[in-house]
Design a protein around this ligand. Structure first.
Ligand SMILES: CC(C)(COP(=O)(O)OP(=O)(O)OC[C@H]1O[C@@H](n2cnc3c(N)ncnc32)[C@H](O)[C@@H]1OP(=O)(O)O)[C@@H](O)C(=O)NCCC(=O)NCCS
Length: 196
């Protein structure tokens, strides 16, 4: 019976070490910003900033404490960044003018050569656990595939039908989770900060 480490070994180009380990999930630090941007370009394509999700979150800082990275630790100093997740403060301003704060989860990205190995699930779990620990998990939303985020994390489009976004969105991919998710008509956009 091979050891778990041996089982996880992957083929590597001649002369290079194989990837032998499960990556560590660590808090994302500002010094990794350039690597995250490069990873996002690879996972989503260089035109990613035109996506509706970027317009929803606007130009504000991510929510502190809810961003994580997956790092293949090894020969390279600081390890190789192979996944990341960040979360953003957003709000639905309903048609009566009431603002409902939410945490926007994502983008979640895993390096293409490391996908389908549980890293996305581990990153998402880390962010959701941190949101719970910070008392910020009552109203979460994201734009993503329900076949993934519904199946593993119970996000649904049940309460988002009335939300208006600053760009096109497939309604089935506009997902939310938590008891405080507003089931209301209104406009979703950036929030400067979140009240815990
Ligand atoms: C989507 C993404 C984050 C998933 O991470 P991952 O590490 O590759 O996936 P995991 O190993 O956690 O999960 C694998 C399982 O989820 C399924 N899965 C993965 N992506 C899926 C998707 N987009 N839709 C449906 N199912 C998906 C796989 O089929 C697999 O199922 P199985 O266990 O039954 O075989 C990753 O593929 C990625 O970075 N994609 C490009 C960027 C993106 O679309 N991000 C999400 C929007 S914010």
């Amino acid at each position: 019976m091979p050891s778990p480490t041996v089982r996880l070994q992957r083929a590597a180009p001649a002369g290079r070490d194989p990837i032998t380990t499960t990556p560590a999930i660590l808090p994302l630090t500002p010094d990794r910003t350039a690597e995250v941007e490069h990873l996002l370009d690879r996972a989503f394509g260089p035109d990613r900033r035109t996506r509706t999700a970027y317009k929803v979150r606007g130009d504000v800082a991510p929510v502190a404490g809810l961003s994580f990275m997956a790092v293949d630790e090894g020969a390279v100093d600081g390890g190789v960044l192979v996944g990341s997740i960040q979360c953003w403060p957003v709000a639905l301003v309903d048609d009566h003018g009431t603002a409902h704060p939410l945490v926007m989860v994502g983008p979640i990205a895993v390096a293409p050569e490391r996908q389908q190995d549980g890293i996305g699930r581990r990153l998402t779990t880390a962010a959701l656990d941190a949101a719970a620990a910070h008392g910020l998990d009552a109203a979460l939303m994201l734009i993503g595939d329900p076949e993934y985020y519904g199946r593993f994390f119970d996000f649904t489009a049940d309460r988002t039908a009335g939300w208006r976004l600053p760009g096109p969105v497939e309604r089935r991919r506009l997902l939310a989770r938590g008891p405080a998710v507003p089931d209301a008509a209104g406009v979703l956009g950036p929030a400067l900060r979140l009240a815990a």
